[in-house]
Design a protein around this ligand. Sequence first.
Ligand code: SF4
Length: 164
Amino acid sequence: MLQQILDHAGDDDHKPKPCKIPRQWLPGWIRWPIRFLLLPFVLLDLFAQTLAKKIIRPPYQKVGSCKKRGNCCNYILIKKSKGFSAKLDLLWHTQMNGFFLRDKETHEYEGMKVYVMGCRYLQKDGKCGAYKLRPMICRSWPRIEYFGHPQILKGCGFKAVSKE
Ligand code: SF4
């Protein structure tokens, strides 16, 4: 079911199922300063990942650029963790990152249980309303890992090119 949605998410006529975006109860004067304070760590993490990929090169290379279609921001897959950390994760993504659950149920995806989330900062023109302070998950998308297939939504301006 989820795979079917993702397969069509890049179609020109695709529109995500409308859903009500819940209000965040954590006030902005707490959220934004925390995000601002975390920014250097996010950038440092990103820098370390880029450096690691220059030293040990993954089998694929990302080429292209974002077409600002907003598909990846409409379908953010968050792995469901177990126990108390599952609650903390959900709290973090919904209150701090500004994501919201598209569906309370989890879905099966590549052998994992995942939540499908949307993002309240996605604007009508496909741009990000929180671009400078966007979280790590947004900065590292589309994902090109050392193992497995690159994760890129159809219709995205990026593509993964094999280095072989
Ligand atoms: S924070 Fe910006 S880049 Fe990240 S999901 Fe939301 S709209 Fe997209």
